[in-house]
Every structure is written in structure tokens, then in C-alpha cells.
Design a protein around this ligand. Structure first.
Ligand SMILES: [Zn+2]
Ligand SMILES: [Zn+2]
Length: 781
């Protein structure tokens, strides 16, 4: 058409660059709004104690909204105009995001996500249309590719914000950004030229000439003639004749592209884990996939300057097909499969950029948004069919990683058969090979600095008279597990690899040795993490952790509880109310007992009128706060970097909260009449917190060091002149655990938990390393 020819012949004016820029930023904000839920899920799940299926509903309601938006809302652009629809959709998005930030429960949040999804689905089809109309044909592929990177960048920004400020603040930021783009759009985004030329709203010619003027192009004298077939209506143009063939081809292309995208998205993180990259090393599947996506779309954009988009899109699909095929062939070799999965990610993103650039042009202007919207909506179905790891296994939809786990487990069985297991004889545990047990799943550390692997190993059996076999109901995931993987315990404990990790365990008694009298098969129990001998001086004084003849399942090279069954001893079992869900309390076995132990030791110092600081209100700290509130009349001051953690602390007993923003030592002094606190519990003890904790401690006060990793530097003069005390704390005693369970069963100490299936241990460890877990991660076999 004439107008398009004018644009194609000229360069891009500043106005056109601004239009493309606005579309890109809107897409960035869309990416933020869409992807935010995936990163927020764990925080939301903790705050509201959600089940897996509730989290799944939250994640899918946004996607359902997008599909509905593309199918039902996007076509409105062909009737009311692209610009008004974009404004309405942005408003819907902003409302959904704002309401989500103050959401009171999962149902409300799901509705918010649906609303946001509808808004995004409604505009994602129209924006590339505006974008490409204002771009000369030769630059179109490149501009659309640039535009497409916006979505991925937006997701990355959301992920960053969540790790720093928590999910509510991030949703609020998304709402503000969306609102800002609503204003920018209202002020500066023009209507689609083709829409004006073909739908011909009142004053169309004047508006077109105004826009041409802003592009420094000559005005046109009349609107171009309408091709006759467009008078016959939307459905006819999109669905009949040549349109039907296009529809079939385009819909299939979108379907395959989306299936490929989700295939890469669900496999890459798992393959990364399998090849041994831990989140502690700063590599995560999501990040890699985003980078691959940006690389793919930019590559497409660069090539589109030199080659026709249609050819490039075809090549991208061919490359994606080859990558798929390769991935299928090399699935047994993790590194090769990973490379292939990344290649799939890059090529399907390039193909997506090509489709988005080309699709609008396939339809006459009057039905462009409808045609592209329907194609995208249909493509979303492709996402559902993406072969997740596990393939066509019967039964419930298999989770990511199943097939690979299977390969690994089979390899593990082979290794086990070729070698005898020798356990070190300690604490009355008989050493013997135990190949005869039934196979069970266990999370085993094979190499330091690599993810543990879910293997099949023989079930443990009682081998000494005081042995107890526990069927695990919940195993806590702890920062100590990350330290173990990093090799920090290698020297102190000299464990022999591989072994099963997991030292925060609760479950049901499954079998007992002939000398066990304190528990029976079927009892619900939580386990003291270190089974002790009961005979040495430390044991007789009740100091279980200092036992001369103890072992530490999950840490010392003895198999721990991230498995279906665990071997421990009678002395480690604390019996619980039979109705207790072990997964609710498992982490009290280490995180809980450690916090409680320090508070319990400090009790004589915390008479009414005193003050106590809890530095670090994470997994341990939030239990420390509850124990202090339950046992003392001291004023409780909580210091933490994370506003979410402070919010939680205030709701469970903190009298005052102080953000760790650099002025926190002064803030604590101000709250304590300038003296500092009588008792400071340092649950962090690294990265400078240890020194802050010392500075916050009042003269004659006591600093209880619970966290570890840093170094405390104290001039002896200060120690002597002010008579301050520094007290170390290592886990806790059996009695501490028993007392803590009394508090827990009375509801005075509750643990905030996020549950993962046992098979997803690597993901749980990543989430912990990346600070995505509020409260405590629990593996449930
Ligand atoms: Zn622990
Ligand atoms: Zn002992």
C-alpha cells in the first residue's frame, strides 16, 4: 500500500524510534508482569502455607489468562483500535499487579493473575503489529527481535527484585511500572496506521497525515482503496480460502515453537543440575535460558538485516528440529544433552522472533490483531504438550527430571553391585554390607561442588540392638547441606563419598533392634541429629553434642535422612503426638533445636526489664524469636536485611524490628537507652554481622554466636573493661529437643515451611542458595 511504501523508502525518524522504544518497554514490563509469579511462588507458598496444587493454580492462572486474552481480547484491537486496546490492557495489568501486591489469599491472587494475564494476552498480539507498521520493511525483523528481548529482560529484572525485596514489593513495583507505561502510552503511542486506513474511524485521513508529518513524510490526499474481500468480515478473512491455509500453517508453527520453548524451559535447569552446577556457583537454568533466549532473538535480529525474515524463520525452525533430535539421541550424556537443550532454547527463540515479525503481515490490516492473536492463543496449547522429562510415562504428569533420574539411578545400581559397602563401626552400629535391603530413593553426595544425585540404594536394616529404622516423613534442607556440598565439612568429619545427606529428620518408626524399649514400630518421632553413646562423661552431663562416641547422619559420612528410610538409635528418638505431621516439625531437629539451645542457655540472663537482639530472622532466627517470646519477658529486637523477614518476626513476637541498612547498630543502641542489648543472638556471624553483633552487646552483656563462617575480632581491652561475654553454641541437647517439641505441640513455636518432593532436592538446594525460601525447605519422600 501507498503509506507503507512511503515508510519503506524513508529512514527511521526520531518519532518512529520512540514508537519502537515504547513497544519494547511495554514488552519489558509485560515480561516482568508475566514471569514475576514463577519467581514469587516460593515466597507466596511460605507466607500462606500453600500446597503444591495451590501453587500450580497460581502459576497457571496467569497463563490461562494470557491464552484467553490472546483469543478473546486481542481481536477487539481490529474493532476499537490498537491504541485504545493497549491502554485498556495496561490498565487491567496494573490493576492485577497492584491487587496482587496486597493480596490476602491464594484465591484472590489467582484472580489477580488471571486479570494480569488477560491484559497481557490482549496486547501481546497488537504491539508487534504497531511496532512493525512504523518500521521500514528492511528493518522489521531486527526491530521485532529487539522488541522480543524486552520480555526476557523484564523477567530477569523481576527475579532480581524478588531476591532483594520479597514478592509483595516486587508486585508493587510491577504495578507502578505498568501504570507508568499506561501514562507513556496515553501520551505518546500513536494508533496503528493500517487500522486508521482500513477501519476508517472518524477523521482517519487527518490523523494519518498528522502521523506522516511526525515521520517527516509527505501527506497523502486520500485513503487507499479497500481491497474488496475485507468487507466480508473478520471470520471470513481469517478462516476461509487462502486464510484457512495460512491459519493451519501459522497455528502449527506457533504450536511447535511454544512446545519447543517449554521443552527447553523444563529440561535445561534439570540437565544443568545433573551436570553438577550448583546454584551456589551462580548458575541457574532460568538465567541460562533467559540469556540463551536473548542471544537467539538478537542473533535473529542481526541476521534479519541481511536476509529475508521468512528464510531465517525457516532456518531457525530447522535448527530447532536438529537440536531437538540431537537432544533425544544424547539424553544419556548429560553435558551433550545440556548443550542440545540450550541450542533448542536459542533456535526456538529465534523462530519465535521470526513468527512474531512475519505473522501480522500474513493478514489483511483489518483483521491483523485477530489473526495474530488467535495464532498465539493456539500456540499456548503447544506449551501444554511439551514433552517434559519423563516422556510418555503413564499415570500422573511426570515432573521435570524423571527420565534423567532414572538413567542415573540405573547407573547407581550398577556401581553398587560392583562394590561392597563398608560402614565404619561406631557407636554400636555394626558394620556390614547391606545389599539385601529393598531399593529406596536417597539424595547422595558423589562429589564436592556438585549437586547431590537421587540414587536408588538398599533400604537400611537394624544392625545393632539399639538401632531404630525410621520411615522419613520430612527432611529439612539446611544451609549446612550447602556447606557440606561446598566441602567445608570435609576436613572436620572426613566423610567417605558417596553418602546420603540430610540431618533434620522426622517420621515414623519402621523397625527396631531387639534392645529398643522407648519407641515402638509406628510411633511418630523426631530425631536428635546426633545419636550419642549415653555412657561417656559428656552424655552423662546431658551434653549430647559433645559425646565422645557419636555419629552425625547426613554430615559425618553416615547416611542421612534425605531418603525414604534412615538408620538412627533409640537415644535419638523423641516421641511425638501420633497426629503430628513429621514434615511440619522436621526442621526443628536442627534449625529449631539450635535456636532453642541458645535461648535456653540465655534464660537466666533474660529477666524482666532486659533486652534481647535476634540478628538474622531466617530459618533459625524466626524460631529463636518464638522461643524468646514463649520463655522470657525480655524485650525482643529483631534485626534483618529482608523486610519480609522483619514483617514475619513482628507477627510472631518481636517487640521492635530494625532493618539492617548500615545504621542498625545505632538503631539498636537507641532502642536500649544507648547501652546495647543484654543478650545478642547472632544467627548470621559472617559478612560483617559478627562485628555488628559485638557492637550491639551492652557492657556485662552476652553475645551468643550461633551462625558461623566469619571471624570475630575483639580487643582484649574491650572484653576486660566492659566484662562482655562471647558464648558459642552447637546444635542442642536431647532435652532441648524434647522441650522444644512441647512448645511446638502447644502451638507456641511454628515452623514456616515450603515442601518439595524428595526427587526435587537439587531444586530445593538451589532455592535455598539463591535466597528464594522464606522459612524452611522440607523434602517429603
Ligand atoms: Zn541443619
Ligand atoms: Zn556419649
Amino acid at each position: 500500500m501507498l503509506i507503507q511504501d512511503l515508510i519503506d523508502r524513508a529512514g527511521m525518524s526520531r518519532f518512529q524510534v520512540a514508537v519502537v522504544g515504547i513497544c519494547l518497554v511495554i514488552n519489558l514490563v509485560d515480561g516482568f508482569d508475566v514471569l514475576v509469579m514463577g519467581f514469587a511462588a516460593s515466597g507466596v507458598a511460605v507466607e500462606w502455607s500453600l500446597t503444591e496444587s495451590q501453587v500450580g493454580l497460581l502459576l497457571s492462572s496467569g497463563l490461562v489468562g494470557m491464552a484467553l486474552g490472546s483469543a478473546l481480547v486481542a481481536p477487539l484491537a481490529d474493532r476499537i483500535g490498537r491504541r485504545p486496546l493497549t491502554l485498556v490492557c495496561l490498565a487491567a495489568c496494573a490493576a492485577g499487579m497492584a491487587l496482587a501486591a496486597v493480596g490476602t489469599g491464594p484465591a484472590v491472587l489467582a484472580l489477580c493473575r488471571l486479570l494480569t494475564g488477560l491484559g497481557i494476552g490482549g496486547m501481546v498480539a497488537g504491539l508487534p503489529v504497531i511496532n512493525s507498521e512504523y518500521t521500514p520493511r528492511r528493518l522489521r525483523g531486527t526491530m521485532i527481535a529487539l522488541y522480543a528481548t524486552g520480555l526476557l529482560l523484564g523477567g530477569a529484572v523481576a527475579a532480581l527484585l524478588i531476591s532483594q525485596y520479597g514478592w509483595r514489593a516486587t508486585f508493587a513495583v510491577g504495578a507502578a511500572l505498568t501504570l507508568a507505561m499506561l501514562l507513556v502510552t496515553a501520551l505518546a503511542l500513536p494508533e496503528s496506521l493500517d487500522y486508521l486506513a482500513h477501519r476508517r474511524p472518524a477523521g482517519a485521513l487527518a490523523r494519518i497525515n498528522g502521523l506522516l508529518g511526525r515521520m517527516r513524510l509527505a501527506p497523502v490526499e486520500a485513503l487507499p482503496p479497500l481491497p474488496p474481500r475485507e468487507r466480508s468480515g473478520v471470520r471470513a478473512a481469517v478462516l476461509r480460502g487462502q486464510g484457512a491455509v495460512r491459519l493451519a500453517l501459522l497455528w502449527t508453527a506457533y504450536f511447535i515453537m511454544m512446545a519447543g520453548f517449554y521443552l527447553a524451559a523444563s529440561w535445561t535447569p534439570r540437565l544443568l543440575e545433573q551436570s553438577g552446577y550448583s546454584a551456589g556457583q551462580g548458575v541457574s537454568g532460568g538465567v541460562l535460558l533467559n540469556l540463551g533466549g536473548i542471544a537467539g532473538t538478537l542473533l535473529f535480529g542481526a541476521l534479519a538485516l541481511r536476509a529475508p525474515g521468512r528464510v531465517l524463520t525457516m532456518l531457525a525452525f530447522l535448527a530447532a528440529g536438529a537440536a531437538f533430535l540431537t537432544m533425544g539421541l544424547v539424553l544419556g550424556t548429560t553435558a551433550a544433552a545440556l548443550a542440545a537443550a540450550v541450542a533448542v532454547g536459542i533456535s526456538v527463540n529465534a523462530a519465535g522472533a521470526g513468527l512474531n515479525a512475519g505473522a501480522p503481515g500474513l493478514y489483511p490490516a483489518g483483521v491483523r490483531a485477530t489473526g495474530a492473536g488467535w495464532a498465539m492463543a493456539f500456540g499456548r496449547l503447544g506449551a501444554l504438550t511439551a514433552p517434559r522429562p519423563g516422556g510418555a510415562a503413564p499415570g500422573p504428569l511426570p515432573g521435570p527430571g524423571d527420565a534423567v533420574q532414572h538413567v542415573r539411578a540405573a547407573a547407581g545400581r550398577g556401581r553398587a553391585r560392583g562394590r561392597r559397602h563398608h560402614l565404619v563401626r561406631r557407636a554400636g552400629l555394626c558394620a556390614r554390607a547391606h545389599d539385601q535391603g529393598e531399593p529406596m530413593k536417597a539424595v547422595r553426595l558423589h562429589d564436592y561442588h556438585k549437586h547431590p544425585v537421587v540414587d536408588e540404594v538398599p533400604e537400611p536394616e537394624p544392625s545393632g540392638p539399639l538401632d531404630v529404622i525410621v520411615r522419613i516423613g520430612g527432611a529439612g534442607v539446611c544451609r549446612t547441606d550447602l556447606h557440606i556440598i561446598e566441602g567445608q565439612w570435609a576436613e572436620a568429619m572426613a566423610p567417605r563419598l558417596p553418602y546420603t545427606i540430610g540431618h533434620e529428620n522426622a517420621g515414623w518408626v519402621h523397625a527396631v533392634g531387639e534392645g529398643v524399649t522407648n519407641v515402638r514400630v509406628g510411633d511418630t518421632v523426631i530425631l536428635h541429629p546426633q545419636p550419642s553413646c549415653g555412657l561417656c562423661p559428656a552424655c552423662r552431663a546431658g551434653r549430647d553434642m559433645q559425646c565422645a562416641d557419636a555419629f552425625f547422619p547426613g554430615v559425618s559420612g553416615h547416611d542421612g535422612g534425605m531418603a525414604e528410610y534412615l538408620r538412627t538409635t533409640a537415644r535419638a528418638c523423641v516421641r511425638l503426638d501420633p497426629d503430628t505431621d513429621p514434615a511440619d516439625v522436621a526442621a526443628l531437629a536442627d534449625a529449631g533445636i539450635t535456636a532453642y539451645h541458645a535461648v535456653r542457655k540465655a534464660l537466666p540472663l533474660l529477666h524482666p526489664g532486659t533486652s534481647a537482639v535476634v540478628l538474622g530472622a531466617g530459618g533459625l532466627g524466626h524460631i529463636g524469636v518464638q522461643a524468646l517470646a514463649a520463655l522470657t519477658a525480655a524485650r525482643i529486637i529483631v534485626v534483618d536485611r529482608n523486610p519480609g523477614a522483619l514483617h514475619l518476626a513482628a507477627s510472631i513476637g518481636a517487640d521492635a524490628t530494625v532493618p539492617a541498612d548500615g545504621d542498625h547498630v545505632e538503631a539498636v543502641r537507641a532502642l536500649t537507652g544507648g547501652r546495647g542489648a543484654d543478650v545478642v543472638f547472632d544467627f548470621v556471624a559472617e559478612q560483617g554481622a559478627e562485628q555488628d553483633a559485638w557492637e550491639m552487646t551492652a557492657p556485662a552483656g552476652s553475645l551468643f554466636v550461633v551462625g558461623y563462617g566469619g571471624e570475630l575480632w575483639i580487643p582484649t581491652m574491650a572484653l576486660v573493661a566492659e566484662e562482655k561475654n562471647v558464648i558459642g553454641n552447637m546444635v542442642g541437647t536431647y532435652t532441648d529437643l524434647a522441650e522444644l517439641m512441647v512448645l511446638a505441640q502447644a502451638g507456641k513455636v511454628t515452623l514456616h515451611t515450603v515442601r518439595y518432593p524428595l526427587e526435587e532436592a537439587p531444586r530445593a538446594l538451589d532455592d535455598l542458595a539463591l535466597g528464594r525460601i522464606r522459612g524452611r525447605a522440607i523434602l517429603v519422600p
